[in-house]
Write a protein that binds this ligand. Structure first.
Ligand code: IPE
Ligand code: IPE
Ligand code: MG
Ligand code: MG
Ligand code: MG
Length: 353
C-alpha cells in the first residue's frame, strides 16, 4: 500500500484481456476491479460513520463496472500487457510510444512495464471514473430527479440512508474522485506520467460537468413532462451517458501515451458506444424486468419521459444499437490488441442488464 494525500492505493495487478476467453477475462477483471474498489474506499471515523456507510454502500452494492473496464481495455489498445518488467514494446504502426520513450523524455532511464503503468497510473483513474458514475446514479435516483427506489439490485442510497445522505454521498463521491486524481498526479515520479495524469484529469473533469454528464442530465430533467424533439434527445444522450463513456476511453488512452489524434479517434468510437448504451438502456426500461435489471423498469414512463423507444420505436432502437456499435468497432479494430474491446462492444449490443 502506498499513501498519497491520505489516499491509499492498493497494490492491484489487473488480469490480461487478450480476448482469448473474453467471458472469463471479463469476469476476472470485474472481480479485480471490485477488489480494487473495496480496498480503496474510505474507512469510518467517529463522526463520519453515516456518510462513509452511504458512500461505500453506493459503490459496493453492485454494478457492471463498465467504465473502468473500458478505461483499461482502451489503454491496452496502446501497449502489450505483460506481467514482467522491462518488456515494453513500440509498435511501428502507431505514431506514439506507449512508454513515452521519446527524445524529450527526461526520465527514460526508468524501467517501465505495463504492470507499472496500470498499477501506478491507470488504476486511480479507474477508481475515479467509477466514483463519478456512481455519484451520477445516486443523484439520478433522488426524488427530485427520477425518484427510483432500486439500483444495482438493492435499495437506492437515498432510500437506505435518507434523502439528505443521498445528496451528500453523491457530493462526497464526486469530490473523492478528484481527490483520487490529484493524489495520482502527486504520486508520479516520472514527469511523463505526471503530464499524462494531468491531461487525463482535465478530460475527466470536463466530461463530467456541464459540457458532459451534468449538462445532459440538466436537459433530461428540464424536458421531463414536456415535448422533446430528436435533436434534444440526441444532445441528452451524447452528454448524460456518452460523455462518461468517452471520458473512460479517452482517459485510458491518454494515460497510455496516445497522441491527440488517437485520443480524438477513440472519443468518436466511445461516443458511438455510449449512445448505443443509452438506447439499450431505454429499450430495457420497457422490455426487461426489475429483477433482471436491478432497477425499476418503466421508470421513464412513470416520469413521462421521451425516450429513444417512444421517438423511434423498438425495431429502429434495436437496429441503431447494432449500427452504432459496429461503427465504433470499425474505429477500434484499427488498433492492436483490440480483440477484447471489440468483443465487449459486441456483447453490449444485446446486454440484458
Ligand atoms: C446506468 O449505467 C446509467 C446509464 C448511463 C444508462 P450502468 O448500466 O452502467 O449502471 P451500473 O454501473 O451497471 O449499475
Ligand atoms: C441516466 O439515465 C444517466 C445518468 C447520467 C445517471 P437514466 O435515468 O435513464 O439511467 P437509469 O435508467 O436510471 O440507470
Ligand atoms: Mg435519469
Ligand atoms: Mg434514472
Ligand atoms: Mg434509464
Amino acid at each position: 500500500m502506498k499513501t498519497y494525500s491520505n489516499i491509499e492505493f492498493p497494490d492491484i495487478e489487473f488480469p490480461k484481456t487478450l480476448g482469448l476467453n473474453p467471458e472469463l477475462e471479463l469476469k476476472d477483471l470485474t472481480a479485480t476491479i471490485n477488489d480494487m474498489i473495496s480496498k480503496s474506499l474510505p474507512s469510518q471515523g467517529l463522526y463520519d460513520k453515516k456518510i462513509i456507510d452511504a458512500l461505500n454502500y453506493s459503490m459496493e452494492v453492485g454494478g457492471k463496472r463498465l467504465r473502468p473496464i473500458l478505461m483499461l481495455a482502451a489503454a491496452r489498445l496502446f501497449y502489450k500487457t505483460e506481467s514482467t518488467c522491462g518488456d515494453s514494446y513500440s509498435n511501428d504502426s502507431h505514431s506514439h510510444d506507449p512508454y513515452g520513450h521519446d527524445s524529450s523524455n527526461d526520465d527514460s532511464s526508468v524501467e517501465n512495464s505495463s504492470k507499472d503503468l496500470e498499477a501506478r497510473l491507470i488504476m486511480p483513474f479507474m477508481l475515479a471514473i467509477e466514483m463519478i458514475h456512481t455519484y451520477s446514479l445516486v443523484h439520478d435516483d433522488l426524488p427530485a430527479m427520477d425518484n427510483d427506489d432500486y439500483r444495482r439490485g438493492n435499495l437506492t442510497t437515498h432510500k437506505k440512508f435518507g434523502e439528505d445522505f443521498g445528496i451528500l454521498a453523491g457530493d462526497a463521491l464526486l469530490n473523492l474522485a478528484y481527490e483520487t486524481c490529484f493524489a495520482a498526479i502527486e504520486a508520479q515520479d516520472r514527469p511523463e506520467y505526471m503530464r499524462r495524469a494531468i491531461k487525463a484529469a482535465s478530460i475527466l473533469s470536463r466530461k463530467a460537468g456541464i459540457y458532459g454528464m451534468v449538462g445532459g442530465q440538466c436537459l433530461d430533467v428540464f424536458l421531463t413532462d414536456k415535448p422533446m424533439d430528436k435533436d434534444q434527445l440526441d444532445y441528452i444522450f451524447k452528454l448524460k451517458t456518452g460523455a462518461l463513456i468517452e471520458a473512460s476511453c479517452m482517459v485510458g488512452v491518454a494515460l497510455a501515451g496516445a497522441s491527440d489524434e488517437d485520443i480524438k479517434k477513440i472519443e468518436l468510437a466511445a461516443s458511438k458506444t455510449g449512445y448505443a448504451f443509452q438506447i439499450q438502456d431505454d429499450i430495457l426500461d420497457v422490455t426487461s424486468t426489475t429483477e433482471e435489471l436491478g432497477k425499476p423498469v418503466l421508470s421513464d414512463e412513470k416520469n413521462n419521459k421521451t425516450t429513444y423507444v417512444t421517438l423511434y420505436g423498438l425495431t429502429k432502437a434495436h437496429e441503431d444499437v447494432e449500427k452504432l456499435s459496429y461503427e465504433a468497432i470499425s474505429i477500434i479494430d484499427k488498433y492492436d490488441n483490440s480483440d477484447f474491446m471489440i468483443w465487449l462492444i459486441k456483447k453490449l449490443i444485446d446486454r440484458k442488464k
